[in-house]
Design a protein around this ligand. Structure first.
Ligand code: ZN
Ligand code: ZN
Ligand code: ZN
Length: 373
């Protein structure tokens, strides 16, 4: 009991990180229940029962609408820098009006009451909207939308308001990581026009390599390490050293070595190892790793074909600005008959400089079908 009092105290001061304990504490211990929901955003962690989507919550969830009403949602991801707050406010308004029956006006909100645990309602099935990224009750979706996968499913308000999918709002520009570290210009999409430096795990554009060569520099133009293309063993040792240091790029790069069995000695093609390394790198946010995983699962020659996984990885890469992943998403949607989504993807990758995507967009404009174009 003493512990429960302590938790409630801490919770009210906003320092305890245990919402469960606070909710489970006997009601009489909650001295100022009005303050409690105001602190909910602070506990916005994946452990929260209404975010996790896991079955079998550890405790009976209090009325979700009370928590939702009290939660300040983070601003919606903007399409670009010029996007305004007006949009998100409008969406929030829409959301509020839609839930007028359960949502209490924030200004005159009475202290929420938590019903005794025995009468807690069974939790609705929640689904995530791909546009406003909130987990909403199943009833917030039309039948057609319910059948879609999470990233392209939209709640009825978002459909009505024409809100763009997050998938289309993010990754519309090349990331800074795609810049040549020397001249700071975006690397050409053609991989032949840049070279990967194993010493520093940087990709340097051919222009900078040429410029360095003209000045007589024969070592890495970025970090000045002596390298030799022919010495696989030395290069491999260099990569392994970076892998040991936990460099995500090195994890990915070693993955490609196992994937393609590139080195003549000491390293053979090993798909299991390649996928492991790709997955570790992808977890650390390397978009190229996501892309390669997407391609592997898409093709299904080296690993078991799994289109759902492929799309997930393509999407993860595309929202980070991976151009070819974006194009592949377009192609996947096109083949699935979702021409509208396909065009949206193609427009993004075309704007990022992908010629093939530009041609696809032209086909759309001229009403040609992709297979004829
Ligand atoms: Zn929505
Ligand atoms: Zn450069
Ligand atoms: Zn280097």
């Amino acid at each position: 009991m003493k512990d429960a009092t302590r938790t409630v105290e801490l919770c009210e001061r906003g320092v305890a990180n245990d919402l469960n304990a606070c909710i489970e504490a006997p009601r009489e211990l909650r001295k100022t229940p009005a303050n409690f929901p105001a602190q909910v955003p602070q506990f916005n962690t994946p452990d929260l029962p209404f975010h996790s989507g896991r079955t079998g919550p550890k405790f009976n969830t209090p009325d979700l609408s009370v928590l939702l009403a009290a939660t300040t949602f983070p601003p919606f991801p903007a399409a670009d820098a010029s996007s305004t707050h007006g949009d998100s406010d409008r969406q929030r308004e829409l959301w509020k009006t839609h839930n007028a029956d359960t949502t209490v006006d924030r200004g005159s909100r009475p202290p929420p009451t938590f019903p005794p645990s025995a009468s807690f309602p069974v939790r609705d099935i929640m689904k995530i909207c791909g546009a406003c990224v909130r987990e909403l009750p199943d009833g917030s979706y039309s039948e057609e939308q319910r059948g879609l996968r999470q990233s392209i499913r939209r709640c009825e308000e978002c459909v009505a308001a024409g809100n763009q999918l997050v998938l289309m709002k993010k990754g519309r520009t090349r990331s800074e990581a795609d810049d040549c570290p020397i001249c700071q210009l975006p690397l050409p999409l053609d991989m032949e026009q840049s070279a990967f430096q194993e010493c520093c795990m940087k990709r340097v554009c051919n222009g900078c390599i040429l410029a360095a060569g003209k000045r007589g520099m024969r070592d890495c133009p970025f970090c000045r390490t002596q390298t030799s293309d022919s010495d696989d063993e030395k290069t491999l040792a260099m990569i392994r050293k970076r892998v040991a240091a936990g460099d995500p790029m090195a994890l990915f790069h070693l993955g490609t070595k196992y994937h393609f069995g590139e080195f003549s000695n000491g390293l053979e093609k090993n798909m299991t190892r390649a996928v492991e390394l790709y997955e570790s790198a992808a977890e650390l946010g390397v978009k190229e790793a996501h892309y390669n995983l997407g391609c592997l699962y898409d093709k299904g020659t080296d690993v078991e074909k799994d289109m759902a996984k492929a799309i997930r990885h393509y999407e993860a890469a595309a929202v980070c600005g991976h151009v070819k992943a974006r194009y592949n998403l377009g192609a996947t949607e096109y083949n699935a008959g979702n021409r509208d989504l396909a065009l949206q993807h193609y427009l993004i990758s075309a704007k990022l400089g992908h010629d093939v995507s530009l041609n696809k967009v032209k086909d759309f404009v001229h009403g040609r079908s992709s297979d004829q174009g």
